[in-house]
Design a protein around this ligand. Sequence first.
Ligand SMILES: *Cc1c(COP(=O)(O)O)cnc(C)c1O
Length: 392
Amino acid sequence: MATLTGCRSRGLQRLSSSVFSDMERARRAAVARGQQVINLSVGSPDLPPAPHIVERLHEALDNPGNYGYPMADLPEFREAVAGWYERRFGVKVASQEQVVGVMGSQDGLAHVCLAVCNPGDLVLVPDPGYPIYTAGPVLAGMELYPLPLRAENDFLPDLDAVPPQVWERARVLLLNYPSNPLSATADLAFFGRVVELAERHGVIVCHDAAYSELAFDGYRPPSFLQVPGALEVGIEFNSLSKTFNLAGCRVGYALGNERVIAALAEVKSHLDYGIFRPIQEAAIAALTGPQGPVVELARTYQRRRDALVEGLNGLGWKVPAPRATMFVWAPLPPGWKSYDFALRLVERTGVTVVPGVGFGELGEGYVRIALVQDLKLMREAVRRVGASGLFK
Ligand SMILES: *Cc1c(COP(=O)(O)O)cnc(C)c1O
């Protein structure tokens, strides 16, 4: 078939990255060799949602009236989101028009640039960062300005170092704390500076708070929207995927500035007809129901973190313990490229991790290890790393 060989759009061509497909090939090769693979590369929760959430989903599935196009969000869904944000963060939106449901925050992050940018506008994105921060703007025809996130700055961007002419062209600033893949956190002082600069330069802030509840040692991540003035300059995305183990349900939301939310909702009205109603009902049950399972979930990840971090440090692989998220961002010993290391690791041990370079140029020298297997397998992964001879 010689036809349509050049069919891939310029945006898709700009996004081409072989890191993830190469790693997948290495994983399959390990399986084919008969190795027991321990998959610590996926960012997908391994635990089930709480029973009351599943029950609500079942009930909603039994209602034949729930199978039409959902169109707009259920008012109870938006109310549940607003109520949860008020209880959790003290953030109060003035109306339901400041909330919109999305099919996973991925959906919202992918489409927000289509809603508020014009082709050629600059979008400020974290490097390293979660891939959708790049893919969304690139597919929408925007230009990217990477914000370097370095260990010596606690993986926060130096916003005061962004040149004035860049601020003038910038339309959107994408941020993510606690962050994937870096497990970095931000405080309200940082978000305060973000709001000041966004106000001054007329930039729209989109903050992704997907890990707001997966935090350890008593740490409670703040919401960007807690800063006075934040509702004037931006929106926050949050998701039920990680907090409530509902990743496959594709349900999340954005809240904040009414005009940005309206533009995002309008784009989505052209693209889809809303979130399946039973899933909205399950989300309502999650947001309004008991929050004990969320606390227990964070403890589970914390125990896995401790097993992994203490284990690796004991082997001489010095990795910091994250305060939040379900990832360890592990610096490699000098001389290793992240891609070579991850390939060698899966070949020798069957343990899969993601090469840092898959998240941006500045991810070189790191691998991301996900805390998505039970304690026993996390310990087994450490044992295999120890036996691999990679850290001697
Ligand atoms: C997992 C994750 C999400 C959640 O995506 P959904 O589309 O809501 O499932 C969002 N942002 C980051 C950084 C993530 O790691």
